[in-house]
Design a protein around this ligand. Sequence first.
Ligand SMILES: C=C(O[C@@H]1C=C(C(=O)O)C=C[C@H]1O)C(=O)O
Length: 410
Amino acid sequence: MQTYPVTLPWPDVADTTRRIRQLCAWALSSGRPLALWRAPGAETPTLLISRSVEAAYAGLPPALDPGAPAGFAFFPFRDSDHNPALFLPADLLYSAQEPEVLRLSSDQLREAVEPALAASPSPTLPWHQSRQPAPATATKAAYEALVLKGVDAIRSAAVQKVVSSRALCRPLPAGFDPLAAFDMLCRKYPTAFVSLVSAPGAGTWLGATPEVLAEVTADGRFRTMALAGTQPLTPDVTPLTAIWRQKEIEEQALVARYIVSCFKQLRLREYEETGPRTAVAGDLLHLRTDFEVNLQQVPFPSLGTDMLRLLHPTSAVGGMPKAEALAFLQEHEGYDRAYYSGFLGPVNVEAPGVARLFVNLRCLQLRPDEAILYAGTGLTADSDPAREWRETELKLQTVGTVLNQLTVNS
Ligand SMILES: C=C(O[C@@H]1C=C(C(=O)O)C=C[C@H]1O)C(=O)O
C-alpha cells in the first residue's frame, strides 16, 4: 500500500496540539485505533491512525526489515485472547515536525478524514476502553507475600530470577485529559519513550518508558539494553555517586547475560557491549548495559527480527530461565499484566528499516473513571519484601505524576 503525503487545508492557525486533538477525535469516534508517541530526545510527537482495528491484529512480533509494512507495534506481556497483539498499520501519519502534511494510505481515508479537519473537537474524547475487567490490585501484605514466594522459588533453585509486579487503581482527577497528560510526560521525561495508545479491545494506555527492547537505526545499527537495579535519584545520590549493592549488580548481570545468550543462539559474536553504567530514568537510577551490532559488518540481515523474537519478554520483566519464571508468574502473580511489560513502538515509520521498540514500563491503563498503574521489581535470593514494595511505589510515581498534577483540560 502506497502512503503518499497530502497537504491538507487546515482551517485554522498552525496549532499542532489542536490538530492532533482533531485527528484523535476523528479516530476515536470512528472506532479506529491510534498511537501517539515521542521518541527519546525528539522535539515533537508523531500520531499514527489505522483504517480499522481488524487490520491491526498481529500474530508474530513484527519483522524489523526495510521491506516490511510500516506501523506501530503494541504487544502484550503474554499471548492471550484477552489482550490481542496489535500492529497498527500506518494508514494516517501526522508529525508535528511537518504540521501541514498528512500522510495517508488511500483516497478513501482522505475522503473520510477531510471533513473532520474543520470540526471543533470536544474537550472530552471517546477513548477506547478495554473489554477486560479491571485487574486485581495487591495490598502491601499480598505483594510482600508474592515476593517471599519468589525468593523461596529462587532459593529452591526453581528459578534464578523472577520479576514480580502489581497493579494499583487510582481515581482519575475531574476533567483528566489524556492528551494533556501525554504532553506533560513529554516535558517531564525528555529521554523517555512517551506513548499514548488507544485501540478497541486493548483500551487506552499512557506511559514513559526508559527501556529499549530492540532498535534498528538509519545508520544500520541494532541496539538493545540490559536495564535493571533501581534506586531513587536524590540530591545526594546522582549517577556519578551511586553505589550499587551486590543484589542489584547480580540482578542486572543476569539480564545482560540473557541478551548475550540470545546473540549466542544466533551464533553472532560481533557485538559491542558498554557498561554497566548508572542511567537516569525520571526520578530513578538504574544499571544499564548497552549492546550494539553494526549490521553492515555481520552476515545477519534479519538480526533485528530474530533478536526481537528471542528477547521478548526479557529477563528484566519476566525472569530466568524464561519458561520457569513465566510459569511462576502465571501461577502466583494473581492478575493480568495485559500490555504492561509487553512492547511497543514504531517500525518503518521514520524511514524504511528504522524501528524503535521499547518495553512497556512506567505505564497506566485508562478506564472511564480510574487509572490502573503497573510496576514490578526483579527479585533475587536476597530480596527484602518491604524494600521491593517501596521500589514498586517509586516506579508507580513516574507515570502517576500525571494524576497528581493534571486536573483541568488544556
Ligand atoms: C519491571 C519494571 O522495571 C524493570 C525492573 C527493574 C528492577 O528490577 O530494578 C529496573 C528496570 C526495569 O527493567 C517496572 O518498571 O515495572
